[in-house]
Design a protein around this ligand. Sequence first.
Ligand SMILES: [Zn+2]
Ligand SMILES: [Zn+2]
Length: 181
Amino acid sequence: MKVGVVAIGSIEQRWSDAVERHIRAVFGFSTERLPPLDRVEFALDERRAQYSSSLILRELATLGPPAVSRVVGITECDIFIPMLKFVFGQAQLGGQIAVISLARLRQEFYGLPSDAELLDLRMKKVLVHELGHTFGLTHCTDRTCVMVLSTNLDQLDAKLDAFCGSCLGLIREHLGNVDHE
Ligand SMILES: [Zn+2]
Ligand SMILES: [Zn+2]
């Protein structure tokens, strides 16, 4: 399994590096840096002054597969889906594409002093969660599991950066099935 990583819009390269590092450490997959998606205006909703994560996913879908099995985009843009004020990330359930945003993970966004370590941990949780969705995982009821729904930072900070035993089992099953395809 190889995961392609795409930097979306203006973002420091160390974030793509961090995404690759976490994917290798958590899932054991190899990673590949795909060409960046520099211009992201196509996804801008001017009224909301936010970017449509669904439009970004659609664009990412044209970049990665079949060269890689999964594509993860990382952006500083504040992303949303119509029914919510914002999302930390979005993924195709059982699909190949995911996007995560740093915008609302930064302490500075809430007028607090920056915390690089906390930001990296939050990013890792969102990344692992969204990739989990691509393996068909839905939201978990184990409060510490990374697959718990988090619609705000308190919920994100309260959970761990790892799958519970049940979610891990489902991922292993999914990957086992992929091997036999
Ligand atoms: Zn989710
Ligand atoms: Zn779980």
